[in-house]
Design a protein around this ligand. Structure first.
Ligand code: 6R9
Length: 664
C-alpha cells in the first residue's frame, strides 16, 4: 500500500458518518428533506404519490380502509393489472429498450436481451398458453425455476390473467415443493429440465418430478428447455400431463391476451417463508399495495430511472428478487439485470466483469456476498472499471461497518451512497433505510424508517426504550406493501405478527402493532441498528446480548472474514458465547489470534460477551439463501444430536465443525 492508501484506510476506519456526494444529491429522485414531515402530516394520503406511479384502470375510492385491523385494505375499489404496469405502458417510449438483460452461465455465451416489446410478446404468448391449459383467475400457479428469463415471463403472464404465482426457490428440495403446492392447492407448475452451476449441467426436472409425486391433487406441468438446446439434457420424457414450454409458445405465437382487471386488494402472489415452526408461512401480497410499494421504494431508495441498467444479484426465488428484480424496476420502465450464475465462476471477478460489460448503474446485494468479496481481496474489483455505478445497496442481514466501508471504498470508489435496507418477505419492500439523496449514512446502521412509517424500538411491555439500548423493532402504522394475511390462515397471521404487542380485541387501529421479530436499537438521530432476529438473542448471566452485535465486533478484527456467534448451554451463566470464525486468506489460525478476537469482543461490548470458545472453521453452515444456520451451530456447541441438515447449501461442513468442537 502507498502512504496515501494507508492514510485513506485510517481515515475510513475512524469515520462514522458519510455524506452523499453533491453529484449524487443533485440528480437524486428524492432530495427534499421535507418529505419526512410532509408524510407524517399527510398520512395516509401521503401514499397517493406511490399509487400515482402506477396506471390504474379504475381509480381508487379510499387510500386506506382501517376499519377491521389488522386486515387493512389499501387503495380500495381501484383496479389495475400488474403486467400492464410493468410492460404495456412502457411500450410507446421504451419498446425498443432493454427490459431484462439476462446474463447466463458462461457455458455458451447465450446472453439474452429482452426489450419491452420482446417481453410484451413473450408474456402474451405465455399468458395465452397458460389460459389454454386451464389456468383461470385466482388459480395459484407454482414456479420452480432458477434464474432463467422464462421465470419473470411466467410470473408476468400469471399477473396478466389474474392468476397468483407462488415461486419456490430452485435450490429447495422436492419435499419443499410438494408442501407448498399442497398448501396452496396449486394445480399448475412451471419448471425446467435443468440449469448450470459453475459450468456443470444440473438435473432439475428429476427433483421437480419427485416433488410432484408428493402432490395430493392432479397437476399440469410446463417444462422449459434450458439444457437441451446445448445437448446437455438428461433424457427426460415428458409425461402426459407435462407440456413443453417451447411448443406451447410456438402454438400461441403472436397471441394477445387482454389483461384482466384486478382489484387493488386481489392477490398478486404468494410467497412461502420459514417461520419459527417447521410449517412454512404463505405470505399473501396484493396487486395495488405491493406494486405501489415496490415502485415507490425502487424510485426513492434505489434511485432508479428509466435509462438505468440496474443490477440486483439476488435470486428471484426470494422476496428480494420479486420486489427488486421484477416488479419494482419493471414498473418504473428501467432495464433490470438477471444473472444465472455464481459470483466466483469462472473467476472471482465475475460480478465486476458484468458490471463493467453492461455499465450497471446500481448494485443491490447481500452482506454475506460482500464479506466473501472482501475475503477474496480487492484485486478482483480492481481489474474492472466500475465507474458506471451510482448507488450501492445491501439487504438480508446486518452489515458490519468494516464490510460496509470495504463496499463503499472498493466497489463504490467513495462516490456511491450505500443504502442498507431493512425489510422482510412480509413487508413487501424496504422499510428502514436512508433516502440516499437526503440522509447521511452511518455504517452498521440501516438508518431511519422511511417517511410515512411509524417504527419504534420497545421493551417487552411495548414501551419505547432509550436510545442506545437494545429492544424490539415494531411497526405501529400500516403501510401499502404489507402482507395482508397468511394464505388461508388469518388466525396464524394474527398470532405470528400482531399478538405480541396488540390489543387483539380492539377494533381501534391504534391498538394494533406489527412485530417482525427483530431486535434493534436506535440512536439520538433516530438511526436504527437492526441486531437480528430475536430468536438469536443470548442471555448470558442475565444480560441480553445480540449475537449480531458480537459478530460485528469479531468481523471488525483485521484478518477475520466472517463469524457466527451462538449461545451454548452453560451451568453458571445460563448461556455462553461460542464464536465460529472464518479467517481471511493468509491469516494464521493461532492462539494469539484467538486472544485478539476475545479482546475485541470485550472491547466492543464488555467482558460479559467474552466468547467461551473461538472455533476456526473454513466455512459456516448456510441455507441456500445464504443465511447462517445458527441452530446447528448451537447443537454442536451443546454436544447435541444434530438436527436436519438437508436444507443446507453445504451440509458436509457440519460434521467437520462438530469434530473440531466435540472431538472424536
Ligand atoms: C428482504 C429479506 C427478513 C429478515 C429480517 C432481518 C433480516 C433483512 C436486513 C436484515 C439487518 C438489514 N434482515 N435485511 N437485518 N439489516 N438490512 O431479507 O427478507 O428473507 O424475509 O428476511 O432478514 O432479520 O427479519 P427475508
Amino acid at each position: 500500500m502507498s502512504d496515501e492508501d494507508v492514510e485513506l484506510e485510517a481515515r475510513l476506519e475512524e469515520q462514522e458518518v458519510f455524506e452523499p456526494s453533491d453529484a449524487f444529491v443533485e440528480q437524486a429522485n428524492v432530495s427534499d428533506a421535507g418529505i419526512y414531515e410532509e408524510f407524517e402530516e399527510e398520512w395516509p394520503e401521503c401514499w397517493e404519490g406511490a399509487a400515482d406511479l402506477l396506471d390504474w384502470e379504475e381509480s381508487y375510492d379510499q387510500v386506506l380502509d382501517d376499519s377491521n385491523p389488522p386486515f387493512y385494505e389499501w387503495f380500495t375499489d381501484g383496479t389495475l393489472n400488474a403486467s400492464t404496469n410493468c410492460i404495456d405502458r412502457h411500450l410507446d417510449e421504451r419498446g425498443d429498450e432493454a427490459a431484462i438483460e439476462w446474463v447466463g452461465e458462461p457455458v455458451d455465451e447465450d446472453n439474452v436481451t429482452l426489450t419491452y416489446s420482446d417481453l410484451h410478446e413473450k408474456v402474451n404468448e405465455a399468458a395465452a398458453a397458460l389460459r389454454d391449459l386451464g389456468v383461470g383467475e385466482d388459480d395459484v400457479v407454482t414456479m420452480y425455476m432458477p434464474m432463467i428469463p422464462e421465470l419473470p415471463i411466467a410470473m408476468l403472464a400469471c399477473a396478466r390473467i389474474g392468476a397468483p404465482h407462488s415461486v419456490v426457490f430452485a435450490g429447495f428440495s422436492a419435499d419443499a415443493l410438494a408442501t407448498r403446492m399442497n398448501s396452496a392447492d396449486s394445480e399448475y407448475l412451471v419448471t425446467c429440465d435443468g440449469y448450470y452451476r459453475r459450468g456443470d449441467p444440473l438435473d432439475h426436472l428429476d427433483k421437480a418430478n419427485e416433488g410432484l409425486e408428493g402432490v395430493e391433487h392432479d397437476t399440469d406441468t410446463v417444462v422449459v428447455d434450458r439444457l437441451g438446446r446445448n445437448g446437455d439434457d438428461f433424457g427426460h420424457d415428458l409425461a402426459d400431463d407435462q407440456h413443453d414450454w417451447g411448443e406451447l409458445m410456438a402454438d400461441h405465437e403472436g397471441a394477445e391476451v387482454e389483461p384482466v382487471d384486478r382489484d387493488a386488494e386481489d392477490m398478486l402472489f404468494l410467497m412461502y417463508t420459514s417461520g419459527t415452526t417447521g410449517k412454512p408461512k404463505g405470505v399473501k401480497h396484493t396487486t395495488g399495495g405491493y406494486l405501489s410499494w415496490t415502485a415507490w421504494t425502487s424510485q426513492a431508495v434505489l434511485d432508479i430511472k428509466p435509462e438505468d441498467t440496474y443490477f440486483c444479484s439476488a435470486d428471484i426465488g426470494w422476496i428480494t428478487g420479486h420486489s427488486y428484480i421484477v416488479y419494482g424496476p419493471l414498473a418504473l420502465g428501467t432495464t433490470t439485470m438477471m444473472y444465472e450464475g455464481t459470483p466466483d465462476h469462472p473467476d472471482r471477478d465475475r460480478l465486476w466483469e458484468i458490471v463493467e460489460d453492461y455499465g450497471a448503474t446500481q448494485l443491490y446485494t447481500a452482506p454475506t456476498a460482500i464479506r466473501a468479496f472482501m475475503k477474496w481481496g480487492e484485486e478482483y474489483p480492481d481489474q474492472h472499471d466500475l465507474s458506471s455505478l451510482r448507488l450501492l445497496g445491501t439487504v438480508g442481514e446486518p452489515i458490519n461497518p468494516r464490510a460496509w466501508k470495504w463496499y463503499y471504498k472498493h466497489i463504490g470508489n467513495e462516490e456511491c451512497p450505500v443504502v442498507d435496507t431493512w425489510w422482510q418477505t412480509e413487508t413487501g419492500g424496504m422499510m428502514v433505510t436512508t433516502l440516499p439523496g437526503v440522509k447521511d449514512m452511518k455504517p452498521g446502521s440501516a438508518g431511519p424508517p422511511l417517511p410515512g412509517l411509524d417504527v419504534q424500538i420497545v421493551d417487552t411491555n411495548g414501551d419505547e426504550v432509550e436510545p442506545g439500548r437494545a429492544g424490539y423493532l415494531t411497526v405501529n402504522k400500516p403501510w401499502p406493501g404489507m402482507l395482508r394475511t397468511l394464505y388461508k390462515n388469518d388466525e396464524r397471521f394474527i398470532e405470528e405478527y400482531w399478538a405480541e404487542y396488540s390489543d387483539t380485541d380492539s377494533s381501534d387501529p391504534d391498538d394494533w402493532v406489527y412485530f417482525p421479530e427483530d431486535g434493534a436499537k436506535i440512536d439520538e438521530d433516530g438511526y436504527i441498528t437492526v441486531l437480528g432476529r430475536v430468536d438469536d438473542v443470548l442471555n448470558v448471566s442475565g444480560h441480553r446480548l445480540g449475537t449480531m452485535e458480537i459478530e460485528s465486533a469479531i468481523v471488525g478484527v483485521e484478518g477475520v472474514a466472517e463469524a457466527a456467534v451462538v449461545g451454548g448451554d452453560h451451568p453458571v451463566k445460563g448461556e455462553a458465547v461460542y464464536a465460529y470464525v472464518i479467517v481471511e486468506d493468509g491469516q494464521e489460525e493461532s492462539d494469539e489470534f484467538r486472544a485478539e478476537i476475545v479482546e475485541a469482543v470485550e472491547d466492543a461490548i464488555g467482558p460479559i460477551a467474552r466468547p467461551e470458545q473461538v472455533i476456526f472453521t473454513p466455512e459456516l453452515p448456510k441455507t441456500r439463501s445464504g443465511k447462517i444456520m445458527r441452530r446447528l451451530l448451537e447443537d454442536i456447541a451443546n454436544g447435541e444430536e444434530l438436527g436436519n441438515t438437508s436444507t443446507l447449501r453445504n451440509p458436509e461442513i457440519v460434521e467437520d465443525i462438530r469434530q473440531v468442537v466435540q472431538g472424536d
